[in-house]
Unconditional design. Structure first.
Length: 143
């Protein structure tokens, strides 16, 4: 009988530890983010939507469909989210001058202010978490 060859992509204990550390760091940041949004009086999904609208690439408009794609949610869920944001006075819909069937989404001044405050807090948390994340990612990339 031949000796069995080791599998090419055998995972080591270090791989599992790095993956677990990455998951923990991501979950910790997600929990922080959700808590920060709630403290600011904003449901986490609404915070994510505002950030997606504000964070669209320069010159790119955000529509309900684009928001759904960005947030990885169904179009009807994005429509409901947009309705809640509009009802809360955080976004306005504008008819797209290039395609009048489409509506673009724009943040209100209130949303801009709220998002700026939340983003400052998030950036501080990311800067605090960055060394750990970088170390874990480098460990995973080196394998």
């Amino acid at each position: 009988m031949r000796d069995a060859k080791p599998a090419k992509n055998v995972l080591t204990q270090a791989d599992y530890e790095a993956l677990a550390s990455l998951r923990q760091a991501l979950r910790r940041f997600t929990a922080f983010s959700e808590g920060a949004a709630k403290t600011a009086g904003l449901p986490p999904q609404q915070h994510q939507a505002l950030l997606a609208i504000k964070g669209a690439a320069a010159g790119q408009v955000t529509t309900v469909g684009a928001l759904a794609e960005t947030l990885l949610i169904a179009p009807h869920t994005a429509t409901e989210l947009v309705d809640r944001l509009a009802d809360a006075g955080l976004i306005v819909r504008a008819t797209d001058p290039d395609d009048r069937r489409r509506h673009t989404l724009q943040l209100t001044v209130r949303a801009e202010t709220l998002l700026a405050e939340l983003s400052q807090v998030h950036l501080k948390e990311i800067r605090d978490l960055a060394p750990r994340l970088i170390a874990v990612l480098q460990s995973l990339a080196a394998r």
